[in-house]
Design a protein around this ligand. Structure first.
Ligand code: ADP
Length: 626
């Protein structure tokens, strides 16, 4: 009986079948990688359960090409699958659904999907029109045959197989006008693909190889030969000498492992001998994985104990703020039998994690120092995570992370470090100034910052919601406190000395009246010390800034948290004269102006006006009067 694929699987299959993806050859990498995983599982079982009867010399992957029948077989002696596992694993997609986020047109040629998710088993359909999987699970006598011609479904039937393991048999597609599929039946081509992507697989990949060679003991007599050989070197990449490895090897390993499909900005390969010995390869990706900022994303490094994989993603090796790091750790000091729960408390593992954390930080600092452009590409993707890191855990990691942060500078018109800011602070400048808002363009027009910039102060523009929270958590950098340009007091004497700093009694009366009209909407109305050409702005008194109020508003339970807003009026502005005139002669006009000014200040801050209808009516009144 034919069974239907899950809806998403069917869509993905259609894509694979019709793929014009140029790297179809990766199907082999995917199938070999599955075979290797299946061998790992059996090997691991044997190592942790003495009752498992196991012979390492019988662990291998075999590739067979039958040109006459156009069949390519990838066989392994791994753990195999039961009928239920076949159903579960081959009838549905592991990452089901996640790729559905992508728009149809982005998926057109399948490039994106292969690029983003690594579709594993299904990639076989890029080169084959029928795929047959024959498998016998460890511990079972019964084998099953799974077969599919693609999108119209699959069958599962019992069959016979002498040994435990899996065979994946591909009926290679006929050549078309622009596609040559024959190559996937050619020995030399298959061998080259294995070398390119799967050389480091730790089990022998065997294939029949034929050719001509010098007869033994002779220097001019040749013989034809055809024999099975192991075509991969089998040495895991991290056990190799760094000098023998090229950048391409590291990058191939990165994609072979599905760590990501970008080109990492940095890879680090190192060994440590000490209280605990280990070897690690770490990658710093350039681009955000599609699910990075979701709950689904799992951080972690692969963990090996003397070359045997014990965990796919060991989360305890990475702090959250470095959760983007990919790679592996191999240590001979870890026990193979350790359970996940135990591992968490393992002293050795904690040591490794601490070590890695510092290593990653130093490598990032190094990148920042020596390849700023690359670092900025990295920062564009993961800077947010670093800032979350500063903010979370009550700021306990701020020392660790503060030198990795970048913010946009009003002066330099580019991202700068805090150290760069501090090193060029004006003489007598006590604080690090910042302005928070939704974009640099907006912030450049911020009235509150006008005078500061005019006086030559540098301002950091914070445009991500987490930014201000992170700085608040840090409170200071190199003993220089952070100060918002919208905060109560800017701490600048040259601004303090301005003559209008102390309002006279009649000015104060005006301010009091305005406060009366606005009521609880503002905490205070005052003459501004920071405005130059603009009539009004909003600043805040307490710890909660207006930007923070906006961010908190968007969070559950955050609606009631409000900034203490201060309406600042430019005492040198024409509008202040108009207010002075109106206060005596025309109280209605005074109220009208006060409300309008308050609403303008809200709009400049990017806040909604409280009552848009009343606001537009007020504007109309002014228009009619003029
Ligand atoms: P992934 O490898 O990313 O999980 P695949 O689509 O490649 O996704 O494979 C789905 C699942 O099918 C695997 O996780 C594994 O459980 C099973 N599988 C695939 N190939 C084999 C094999 N050769 N031996 C045993 N199980 C396999």
């Amino acid at each position: 009986m034919k069974k239907q694929f899950q809806a998403e699987s069917k869509r993905l299959l259609d894509l694979m079948i019709n793929s014009i993806y140029t790297h179809k050859e990766i199907f082999l990498r995917e199938l070999i990688s599955n075979a290797s995983d299946a061998l790992d599982k059996l090997y691991y079982k044997a190592l942790t359960d003495k009752s498992v009867n196991f012979d390492k010399s019988q662990c291998y992957i075999r590739i067979t090409a039958d040109k006459a029948n156009r069949l390519l077989t990838i066989a392994d002696t791994g753990i195999g699958m039961t009928a239920a596992e076949m159903e579960e694993n081959l009838g549905t997609i592991a990452h089901s659904g996640s790729w559905l986020f992508k728009k149809e047109n982005e998926l057109k040629d399948g490039y994106d999907i292969i690029g983003q998710f690594g579709v594993g088993f299904y990639s076989a359909f890029m080169v084959a029109d029928t795929v047959t999987v024959i498998s016998r699970a460890y511990g079972s006598d019964q084998a099953y045959r799974w077969e599919s011609q693609g999108a119209d479904g699959y069958t599962i039937e019992p069959c016979t197989k002498d040994t435990v393991g899996t065979e994946v048999i591909l009926k290679i597609k006929p050549n078309t006008e622009d596609e040559n599929y024959d190559e996937f039946l050619e020995e030399y081509r298959l061998r080259a693909i294995v070398k390119k992507y799967s050389d480091f697989i730790r089990y022998p990949i065997r294939m029949n190889v034929s050719g001509r060679r010098l007869k033994e003991g002779s220097d001019n007599e040749y013989e034809e030969y055809s024999e099975e050989q192991t075509i991969n070197s089998m040495v895991p990449i991290w056990r190799k000498n760094k000098n023998e490895l090229t950048e391409e090897d590291y990058l191939n390993f990165y994609s072979e492992k599905h760590y990501g499909f970008d080109k990492p900005v940095k890879y680090i390969h190192f060994s440590v001998d000490g209280a605990v010995s280990y070897t690690a390869i770490l990658y710093i990706p350039e681009r955000i994985p599609f699910d990075y900022y979701t709950r689904e994303y799992e951080k972690g490094l692969e963990l090996y104990s003397s070359g045997v994989l014990i965990m796919n993603k060991c989360p305890d090796l990475l702090p959250d703020y470095f959760s983007f790091v990919k790679g592996l750790v191999d240590s001979e000091d870890l026990s193979l039998n350790i359970s996940r729960e135990m591992l968490q408390h393992d002293r050795q593992l904690k040591l490794i994690a601490k070590n890695l954390k510092n290593k990653i930080k130093n490598e990032l600092l190094d990148l920042l120092k020596h390849d700023r452009e690359k670092y900025e590409r990295f920062y564009k993707s993961f800077g947010r995570q670093l800032k979350f890191g500063v903010y979370s855990d009550f700021g306990s990691n701020k020392e660790m992370l503060q030198d990795l942060l970048l913010f946009y500078s009003s002066k330099e018109k580019k991202l700068v470090t805090l150290d760069e800011y501090v090193s060029r602070m004006k003489e007598g400048q006590k604080y690090i100034y910042y302005a928070a808002g939704d974009s640099v363009e907006h912030l450049e027009k911020l009235p509150q910052a006008e005078l500061l910039i005019d006086k030559g102060y540098e301002i950091l523009y914070l445009t991500e919601d987490v930014d201000e929270f992170a700085l608040k958590m840090m409170t200071a950098y190199k003993e220089k406190e952070f100060k918002s340009v919208s905060g109560n007091d800017l701490g600048i004497e040259e601004l303090e000395n301005k003559e209008q700093s102390a309002p006279d009694a009649s000015d104060q009366a005006i301010l009091n009246k305005m406060k009366e009209i606005l009521g609880d909407k503002v905490a205070e109305v005052r003459i501004s010390k920071r405005l130059k050409s603009h009539p009004v702005c909003l600043t805040n008194k307490g710890e909660i800034s207006i930007e923070m109020e906006k961010v908190l508003k968007a969070m559950p339970n955050g609606e009631h948290i409000k900034a203490d807003k201060v309406l600042e009026i430019n005492g040198n502005h024409e509008i202040f004269k108009a207010l002075k005139e109106a206060v005596e002669k025309d109280p209605a006009k005074f109220t009208l102006f006060t409300n309008l000014l308050y609403n303008q200040a809200l709009l400049i801050e990017g806040l909604p006006v409280d009552d848009p209808v009343a606001f537009t009516n007020d504007i109309c009144k002014v228009m009619v009067a003029s």
